[in-house]
Ligand binder design. Structure first.
Ligand code: TYM
Length: 329
């Protein structure tokens, strides 16, 4: 039984990338491991949400966690901002993290490009807060998509550096929880990079079937193959990547062959893709609707989660303070 930890930022509805990158095995994971699943609401502050938006998106992520089948009795499901020990560990780790390595972090460089008027210190130290999230429970396995690989590597560096500095073997070196051979990257529908919450290229778990059909039909394609076995454009490869996670291997082979002999009709391809996405999202969407109005249950879940998470977090912080030298006179 291993300690598994997963975090999701509360910045909007969850999409297929979140689901297939990190959440698809949550139900099985919670049976086999000691699982901590949390809503990273502090992390969402880097983009300055309004107080109403902050609460709304935190609630949305909570509902979506539950809707994919998490059982709060079997795991610890909590909100980051309910656990003050995380911020304390964040402060302590920060003393042993260097400006150069934070500035070199790819996600920092990307964000700085995306929001040039708001390159705040929280953005710079984002990987340290993430390391604190993981190390506060001394987690060993972290289910994440490909985009979080570098953050995990930084967490390992911070953990081993702490151990070396204080000559202890305290923090483990957490690694990604792999679903297959490689970490997953679900592309967006716009023919470019990954599916993301703020890129406008996502299919959300809560989207109505009609919305999904419209989004898929509008996805970027090319003018079609003109010679057998022609190399696929990125936009077409992307749609096949999504098809592979939602459809059967037979369906994928069928459209692959059609592409290779130049008889593919993108309209049919997209229709099939949309229907197979809808099959995956429908049970989740129905659960989301059912849970969303059940405030009393959500309140119970969040307060139970806070209590369980703090129990584990306060044990770690007590030990860390001892190691660093905060001892009583
Ligand atoms: P966030 O909220 O951006 O994404 C949550 C999870 O979904 C994965 N993901 C994807 N996987 C594959 N393809 C995609 N297109 C895609 N988009 C998102 C992410 O890799 C992630 O696993 N920094 C984290 C939140 C966090 C965290 C943590 C995660 C804070 N502390 C501690 C793990 C451990 C984030 O922004 O995730």
């Amino acid at each position: 039984m291993e300690i598994v930890l997963s975090g999701i930022r509360s910045t909007g509805n969850l999409h297929l990338g979140n689901y297939f990158g990190a959440m698809q095995n949550f139900v099985k994971m919670q049976e086999e491991n000691k699982c901590f699943f949390f809503i990273a609401d502090y992390h969402s502050l880097t983009t300055h949400p309004t107080p109403e938006n902050l609460l709304e998106s935190t609630k949305q992520v909570l509902v979506e966690y539950l809707a994919v089948g998490i059982d709060p009795e079997k795991c610890t499901l909590y909100r980051q901002s309910d656990i003050p020990e995380i911020t304390e560990l964040y402060l302590l780790l920060n003393m042993n993290v260097y400006l150069g390595e934070l500035e070199r972090c790819t996600t920092f460089k990307d964000k700085a490009r995306q929001q040039p008027n708001n390159i705040n210190a929280g953005l710079l130290t984002y990987p340290v807060l993430m390391a604190a999230d993981i190390l506060i429970h001394r987690a060993l396995k972290v289910p994440v998509g490909k985009d979080q690989e570098q953050h995990l590597e930084m967490t390992r560096n911070f953990a081993t550096r702490f151990n070396r500095l204080y000559k202890v073997d305290y923090f483990p070196e957490p690694t990604a929880y792999n679903f297959g051979k490689d970490l997953i990257k679900i592309p967006g529908l716009d023919g470019s990079g990954k599916m993301g919450k703020s890129e406008g290229n996502a299919i959300n778990l809560a989207d109505e079937p009609e919305v999904i059909r419209k989004k898929v039909m509008k996805a970027v394609t090319d003018s079609g193959p003109t010679s057998p076995n022609q190399e696929m454009a990125d936009s077409i490869k992307n749609l096949f990547t999504i098809l592979k996670v939602v459809s059967t291997p037979e369906t994928v082979n069928y459209f692959n062959e059609k592409y290779n002999d130049c008889s593919i009709r993108y309209g049919d391809f997209k229709k099939q893709l949309a229907e197979d996405i809808i099959s995956v999202t429908t049970p989740i969407r129905e659960k989301i609707i059912e849970l969303k109005s059940n405030n009393e249950y959500l309140r119970k879940v969040i307060s139970m989660g806070a209590e369980k998470a703090r129990e584990s977090a306060s044990k770690t912080i007590k030990e860390v303070r001892e190691i660093i030298g905060f001892k009583s006179f």
